[in-house]
Design a protein. Structure first.
Length: 76
């Protein structure tokens, strides 16, 4: 179970990514965040951001236009 869930459904680029960044900034290292988004750009933007950060993408999936990401918060 994730420590927090961010439902960014219905938001358009770049809002799902910006809200993900803000949520991670308020979390402690090791905590997990689940992000739910419907914007197709999230499938590209969120993993690209995570590769450049200390956060870790634990899993990602897509079903019926709904994207799910589980992210482990890294060091700031």
């Amino acid at each position: 179970m994730p420590d927090r869930i961010l439902d960014a459904s219905g938001l358009h680029c770049p809002m799902p990514l910006l809200k993900t960044k803000l949520e991670l900034n308020g979390m402690s290292p090791g905590q997990e965040l689940e992000v739910i988004a419907t914007d197709a750009g999230s499938a590209r933007d969120i993993p690209a951001f995570l590769k450049l950060s200390s956060h870790e993408l634990m899993s990602s999936s897509e079903a019926d236009g709904c994207y799910h990401f589980v992210i482990r918060c890294g060091q700031r």
